[in-house]
Design a protein around this ligand. Structure first.
Ligand code: HEM
Length: 118
């Protein structure tokens, strides 16, 4: 009788300590996968490779340690050809200049194609 009671108690203890936390972490998993899937920037490009894309019809820029293909945005850019000033090169300084409201900093994610190779 005592053994049965002890077995039941042990079973409950195991459920609380192991099974329930495991179920919880399983239900968390889809969230983690979604956020991983949003990390688009997986490719790496050398500075030399970025430098090849230095014109209006093929324009990549570097901002901090990331590479952006802004070709489709050149004609739309409210700042006109200023976006071409450092085409194929580092545009970090221009990008963080006073002409850009902070909302612009969020727009660039759409154009990110990868990381800059160090
Ligand atoms: C993906 C890159 C870029 C995006 C999405 C972007 C977006 C914008 C937007 C939305 C504006 C209008 C002002 C505002 O709403 O705050 C603007 C203005 C401006 N941008 Fe950019 N920009 C980019 C890159 C650059 C770069 C690299 C430069 C280099 C210098 C630059 C120079 C300017 C200038 C000078 C203006 C002011 C235009 C004026 O007030 O007449 N932008 N940009």
């Amino acid at each position: 009788m005592d053994v049965t009671l002890a077995t039941i108690l042990l079973g409950i203890l195991l459920a609380v300590l192991i099974v329930i936390p495991r179920l919880r972490s399983t239900s968390d998993q889809p969230k983690k996968v979604t956020s991983n899937a949003q990390n688009k920037a997986v490719k790496s490009y050398s500075k030399a490779e970025v430098a090849l894309h230095n014109k209006r019809t093929d324009c990549w820029i570097i901002i901090k340690d990331k590479v952006f293909d802004v070709t489709s945005y050149v004609e739309e850019h409210p700042g006109g050809d200023a976006i071409l000033a450092h085409a194929g090169d580092d545009s970090t300084e221009g990008f963080y200049g006073p002409q850009h409201a902070t909302r612009v900093f969020e727009m660039i994610d759409d154009f990110c194609i990868g990381n800059l190779e160090i």
